[in-house]
Design a protein around this ligand. Structure first.
Ligand SMILES: Nc1ncnc2c1ncn2[C@@H]1O[C@H](COP(=O)(O)OP(=O)(O)OP(=O)(O)O)[C@@H](O)[C@H]1O
Length: 265
């Protein structure tokens, strides 16, 4: 399979345990090139563990992770070159400016001089923060800092972006702005995205979703299919759908996880 045909991310039969606690159990999922895929799961489902394996923070002992066909264990540099990531926990240096944070990260990826400056400028325009270049990150709102993290994750032009609960703790309009930026990157730039969330209203009916619960994938399909076809259609503007519009997905999810809790009992 050549690089153009390979999925952006392939996770195959991955399991991971912390001592006796099995955090992931035989998880497989695929993010096709240029597509938005949501990973929906409650707290403790295993999302962050999966991201830690996909970014090689943890080594994969059971199963395989491939990024555009490159195996993360045997060809880590080639695989990670295609990957950008926004972690759940904030990792910007608050006492450096936006520019310094981005420039430092760009330098790690071998960028310097004019190309680096141009890249930072383009990315800050993309996330709507061009006027904050020389301000310390400490002065930004939570949503603005998140947008800087997205810019930073894209500095080396990855073709796959992983976001772990990127909107958690943000107000509705900041969440909407971030969802909008990410969906535009998919639609206009062909970026592939894995969007991990426990917030139902960030998912549109036509989105490809995987539902993760207690370390296992318990459902996969479009969000509309998983919700039994009762999900309200996405609105054309990329705001989260109003509360209640995703009630069917939430109800389906609760029914699935309750059934599993019953199985386990
Ligand atoms: N370093 C660790 N040591 C021990 N157990 C861990 C560790 N990291 C995660 N776990 C456990 O693994 C399971 C999955 O956790 P994980 O953080 O991956 O879930 P999550 O879906 O990202 O949840 P959240 O949204 O709350 O971050 C949980 O039971 C958690 O307690």
């Amino acid at each position: 399979m050549n690089d153009q045909e390979a999925p952006a991310l392939e996770i195959r039969a991955v399991s991971h345990a912390f001592g006796a606690r099995r955090a992931l159990d035989d998880v497989s999922l695929t993010v096709p090139a240029g597509r938005f895929v949501a990973l929906l799961g409650p707290n403790g489902a295993g999302k962050t563990t999966l991201f830690s394996l996909a970014t090689r923070l943890y080594s994969t002992r059971e199963g395989a992770v491939r990024i555009f066909g490159r195996d993360l264990a045997s060809a880590p540099s080639a695989a990670l070159a295609e990957l950008g990531v926004v972690f759940q926990n904030r990792t910007l240096d608050l006492d450096l400016t936006v520019n310094q944070n981005l420039a430092y990260h760009g330098a790690l990826h071998g960028l310097s001089g004019r190309p680096l400056k141009a890249r930072i400028s383009a990315l800050l325009h993309l996330v709507g923060l061009a006027d904050r270049l020389h301000e310390k990150v400490r002065t930004l709102s939570g949503g603005q800092a998140r947008r800087v993290e997205i810019a930073r994750a894209l500095i080396h032009r990855p073709r796959l972006l992983l976001l772990d609960e990127a909107t958690v703790g943000l107000d509705l309009s900041s969440r909407a702005a971030i969802v909008d930026i990410v969906r535009r990157l998919v639609a206009e730039d062909g970026l592939a995205v894995l969007w991990a969330t426990h917030i139902f209203d960030e998912v549109h009916p036509e989105d490809d979703i995987y539902v993760l619960d207690k370390g296992r994938i318990i459902a996969h399909g479009t969000a509309g299919e998983v919700a039994g076809g009762h999900l309200a259609p996405a609105r054309p503007e990329a705001e989260p759908v109003p509360e209640g519009g995703t009630a069917a997905l939430e109800a389906a999810f609760r029914a699935m996880t309750a059934a599993r809790a019953g199985d386990a009992a």
